[in-house]
Design a protein around this ligand. Structure first.
Ligand code: SF4
Length: 307
């Protein structure tokens, strides 16, 4: 796991009811240096939202608040949690929040299941009446929130970790059986799971689950070079290592906290040599001002600095 120092660590009470989740919690807290934890439940939702700094005052300025506005240096808060697969056991109708991060906190505190675990980006592509080369973008999720600090993103205030990964993998397998047409699933677009390995353990569990299938593939979607744990996983055949690359300037100045381009390319090479199929995405495309003032994102100046 990265060297992380979350200012606040919350543990939902429901974690203590699941021995496997609890063992995962112990492992992760050990990697964090055993920080003090606050044991919470649904009644603490407002307090967590205010403590994390994503209350209404931030939302009044912009409901989809990008973290580049504040450029916080500290790591996000952590919330350790489990799914609540049975809808009957969830707290009904959590209060609507203006801020997207606050809304996420309210939802995961009240309890979420497959509505959180699976997402579909381009539903129209999956229409059986249409012939397509590309498939719709299905994602699977056990995380929400990220320790990277990309300016254009909003995931850097709190990371919610679902710790019942064994049950998550069972749900993923059942969901895939219901969708024989979909072959590829991306993990985890709502975070960067590779940063939390090997202690989190999702890479190993999901790679094994996908290896059980005849024709389903798991795409590790990351900017992280923390790939040591992937190299010796026993099941690689149905896993793809996908890293996004941006220019060195973007990696350094806009994607704060991420490895540089050289480190990402080295990670791709290591994974390829270990037997993974690797893929690269060029994203995001950020035009950088060429002038000597070094504005970062494009300001329309000429290379000599004149407007
Ligand atoms: S790595 Fe992805 S999820 Fe994490 S802060 Fe950057 S854009 Fe957001």
């Amino acid at each position: 796991m990265y060297d992380l120092h979350p200012a606040q660590v919350f543990v939902h009470k429901r974690v203590y009811a699941n021995p496997l989740a609890l063992a995962r919690l112990d492992r992760m807290l050990g990697a964090l240096g055993h920080p003090p934890v606050q044991v919470v439940d649904e009644r603490d939702t407002d307090r967590i939202i205010e403590a994390v700094g994503v209350g209404d005052s931030q939302a009044e300025q912009c409901p989809r608040w990008r973290q580049g506005v504040e450029k916080r240096a500290e790591d996000p808060a952590f919330l350790f949690n489990t799914f609540v697969w049975d809808e009957e056991l969830r707290t009904p109708n959590p209060k609507e929040r203006l801020n997207s991060c606050a809304q996420m906190i309210a939802s995961v505190m009240a309890g979420v299941g497959e509505d959180f675990a699976f997402s579909q980006r381009n539903p129209s592509l999956l229409s059986p009446e249409k012939a397509h080369v590309c498939q719709g973008g299905w994602g699977i999720h056990s995380l929400k929130g990220c320790v990277h600090k990309c300016d254009y993103c909003e995931e850097g205030y709190l990371v919610n970790f679902m710790l019942d990964l064994e049950e998550f993998a069972e749900h993923v397998l059942r969901m895939m059986e219901r969708r024989p047409e979909q072959k590829l699933y991306r993990y985890d677009l709502y975070s960067d799971s590779i940063c939390f390995e090997p202690e989190y353990g999702a890479s190993a569990i999901l790679a094994s689950a996908f290896a059980e299938t005849a024709d389903k593939y798991l795409l590790f979607y990351t900017k992280s070079a923390n790939v040591e744990h992937l190299l010796n996983l026993p099941h690689k055949a149905h896993s793809i290592f996908y890293c996004t690359l941006a220019t060195a300037t973007v990696c350094r100045e806009i994607e704060r906290g991420t490895p540089g381009m050289d480190a990402r390319i080295a990670a791709l090479r290591r994974c390829q040599e270990a037997g993974y199929v690797v893929r690269v995405g060029f994203s995001p495309i950020v035009p950088i001002c060429p002038c000597p003032a070094g504005h970062g994102p494009l300001m329309g100046c000429r290379a000599d600095g004149s407007p």
